[in-house]
Each structure stands twice: as C-alpha cells, then as structure tokens.
Design a protein. Structure first.
Lengths: 114, 115
C-alpha cells in the first residue's frame, strides 16, 4: 500500500527566507506525487505534480519540488516566501494501478513571520 | 467557472440527527470525490463516483454514511444518525475523467460539528 510521511508538523519561516518542506513516500513502483496547499477555511489547491520525466517540477506560486527515487522523497521548495504562503501543505501519492486514489500525508503547517 | 460548490459551509447538529451535505462539481467534470478531514486521521477518501456511478466506496466508515449522485451536477453525502465522532471537515472534489493525471479541484468544505 502506498503511504506518505511529512516529518515536520509545523515550520516557522521569516518572510523572504527560503522554505523546504519534506515528504517521504512508500510505494513499490514509480509513484505519482503531488503537493497541495490549504489556506485557512479553504479547500485544497494543487501546487504541482510529478508523474515521470524531469525530476525537478515547477508549480504555481513560485514553488518547485524534486523527486529523488533513491531517497523516496519529494520535497517542496520556495526560494523566498511571502506572508501569503502561510498555510497547510499536503504531500500526496497515487499510483497507476489505482489511478484515482490519493493518499495524503498529515500535512505541514507553515507560519510566516514578518 | 465557480469551482466546486459545497453547502452548507458550516453545520452544527445534535447526535442522532440526519445530516446532508451537498456538492456541485465543476461543469464538464465526470468524476467526483468525497473526502473527510480530521485531526486524527488526516484527509481520507470516502467515496469516488465516475459518470454518476459509485466506483469505490471502501472509505465510507459504516452504514450510517451514504452518498448519491443523481446527475452530473449534484451529489449528496448523508449521515444518519450522526454521532459526535463524525465531526470533521468534509470536502468534495471533482476532476475531468478521474485519473490522477487530471487535477482534482476541491470545494471549500463543510465543517460539521455533532454535539
């Protein structure tokens, strides 16, 4: 069964500083990997996704993520955070064998301080 | 497009009452998902519809939960009778075709509190 671990429950970062959120997955074959963001009181919005090809994926809002098969990781990064990036971030994994089902991590809450 | 629409946004009810959550997917999307988000279990898929047909309901907690999709533009998730442990945020999401290559668009959620 596929699963996702987000080791950091909460991260605080200063505005303008870089941000990296960790995601580790467990899946036997090549996974489909996703990052979603949830702002307070809102639904989830897709930031980026990886299926195959280039392991560095660019997303919306200036985010990128890198797939590292050797480390079973798909970490999310942003070079310079804005106060509006304060939100909860979810990593999710899917597979081609069950190609509608997403398994979500527990989420990482990001606080941005001025 | 208005995105996925859910109603009500907030619901407070007493244990034993029937609760009905509603969802209008994005027009043209043929796949619809109901998720539940709790602190203890995180975000979990309850049921998946494709072309109005339930494909996977393995995530539905028990017989107290039921979901329907009578047409392509409307779905309901019903809890009868409700219990305090059903308190959660319930999200509806829709996508074109349902496959993971297609983005799932989430509604704003219904925050349910069962007293």
């Amino acid at each position: 069964a596929q699963s996702v671990t987000q080791p950091d429950i909460h991260i605080t970062v200063s505005e303008g500083a870089s941000l990296e959120l960790r995601c580790n997955y467990s899946y036997g074959a090549t996974p489909y990997l996703f990052w979603y963001v949830q702002s307070p009181g809102q639904g989830l919005q897709l930031l980026l996704k990886y299926f195959s090809g280039d392991t560095l994926v660019q997303g919306i809002k200036g985010f990128e993520a890198e797939f590292k098969r050797s480390q079973s990781s798909f970490n999310l990064r942003k070079p310079s955070v804005h106060w509006s990036d304060a939100a909860e971030y979810f990593c999710a994994v899917g597979s081609s064998s069950n190609d509608y089902k997403l398994s979500f991590g527990a989420g990482t809450t990001v606080t941005v301080r001025a | 497009d208005a995105g996925v629409i859910q109603s009500p946004r907030h619901e407070v009810t007493e244990m034993g009452q029937e609760v009905t959550l509603r969802c209008k997917p994005i027009s043209g999307h043929n796949s619809l998902f109901w998720y539940r988000q709790t602190m203890m279990r995180g975000l979990e898929l309850l049921i998946y519809f494709n072309n109005n047909v339930p494909i996977d309901d393995s995530g539905m907690p028990e017989d107290r939960f039921s979901a329907k999709m009578p047409n392509a533009s409307f779905s309901t998730l019903k809890i009868q009778p409700s219990e305090p442990r059903d308190s959660a945020v319930y999200f509806c999401a829709s996508s074109f075709l349902g496959a993971l290559q297609e983005t799932q668009y989430f509604g704003p959620g219904t925050r349910l509190l069962v007293l």
